[in-house]
Design a protein. Structure first.
Length: 160
């Protein structure tokens, strides 16, 4: 009977330990912008509709993001309004988010902040300074000129 009790206690401890480790890892993943995100148009004829998937990836503490899927436009859509070497290049595979870094700041409403990078708006071809915040499965992306006050925000949803 004593061996059975000890075995049950050990099994319970192991289950609780692995459960806590998995939950901690889940919380770390949810506070990172790495992953695939569904963008939701905030203006224009497709306002409120999901328009693309963006994969955000990290290298040496710097985050970048590329379009991996178009949900409204045809998959072979090009960036005809882009400038320079992006002009007339396919949107799918295009890096639109660059040089984002975790700041350590946390906004009570929006969550963990990332900043210091740029974001391309393929609809206009313009590149803006960028800040992002993540809270749970919602990423708020803000593109702006000069200061953050002069810009617009979009909410993106994590693709699971």
């Amino acid at each position: 009977m004593k061996k059975l009790f000890v075995t049950v206690m050990i099994c319970t401890f192991v289950v609780l330990l692995f459960g806590a480790t998995a939950k901690a890892q889940e919380n770390v993943n949810q506070s990172s912008i790495s992953g695939t995100w569904k963008t939701i148009d905030d203006a224009g004829p497709n306002k409120g509709k999901a328009s693309s998937h963006i994969e955000i990836f990290e290298k040496n503490g710097v985050y970048s993001g590329k379009i991996t899927k178009l949900l409204i436009d045809p998959p072979d859509t090009i960036c005809d309004k882009c400038k320079g070497n992006l002009k007339n290049k396919p949107l799918v595979g295009m890096i639109i988010l660059q040089d984002m870094k975790k700041t350590g700041n946390v906004d009570k409403k929006l969550g963990q902040e990332y900043a210091g990078g740029t974001i391309l708006d393929p609809d206009s071809g313009d590149i803006y300074k960028c800040k992002m915040w993540i809270k749970g499965d919602v990423l708020t992306a803000r593109g702006f000129i000069g200061i953050s006050l002069f810009g617009r925000s979009q909410e993106w949803q994590r693709v699971k």
